[in-house]
Design a protein around this ligand. Structure first.
Ligand code: FES
Length: 188
């Protein structure tokens, strides 16, 4: 093919069929508008969408791709590369379990395996009822009193498997620290 007959890609805007509700669509478009001129705009846009909507749903991926003139696969690739981004609604309680070295030395690996078994969900996933999400974290600044957990902004120290079960039971019964009223990190 000669130089003069090279094919030129013409971007085509095609609206997604899986439309977002108007308020969510407005939030996504607002996030795009706010960050689109930045270099590497996709990450701040995804952060803002998750911050405002709680997760990044497939229809938001499609809309972001459309607005940035990217493919859905490109947006999806970034979304799935970072575990921080959620592709489903957040669990009622997210359990951040410290997997850093000091906590490991105090039994965090065994606790992690127990937590996965007890919740029936591996890290980065939610229990079947959607109430508990399990996420790794690398140091909560509570190293001498590990294994450490952070749940609903409440810090738990020296957590054993038995204590983990008791905490889950307490939260399931609604007797744990309510997420909305926990305004500061506390230690238990
Ligand atoms: S290593 Fe777990 S709190 Fe620091």
């Amino acid at each position: 093919m000669t130089e003069s007959r090279k094919r030129v890609a013409i971007p085509i805007r095609v609206e997604t069929k899986a439309a977002l509700p108007p308020d969510q669509r407005a939030a996504v478009l607002d996030a795009v508008q706010k960050h689109r001129r930045l270099e590497g705009a996709l990450l701040p846009i995804l952060h803002e969408v998750q911050g405002r909507l709680g997760w990044v749903m497939p229809a938001a991926v499609a809309l972001i791709a459309l607005e940035l003139n990217l493919t859905r696969a490109e947006v999806h690739g970034v979304l799935t590369f970072y575990h921080y981004f959620r592709q489903r609604p957040a669990a009622t309680h997210t359990i951040y379990l410290c997997r850093a070295e000091a906590c490991q030395a105090l039994g965090a690996n065994g606790l992690a395996a127990h937590a996965e078994r007890a919740l029936g969900a591996p890290f980065h996933q939610c229990s079947a009822d959607g109430r508990f999400g399990l996420e790794p974290v690398y140091c909560l600044g509570n190293c001498a009193m590990g294994p450490s957990l952070l749940i609903d902004r409440q810090l738990y120290s020296r957590v054993t498997a038995e204590r983990f079960d008791a905490i889950i039971q307490e939260l399931s019964a609604g007797t744990g620290a309510p997420r909305s009223s926990a305004t500061a990190v506390g230690e238990r």
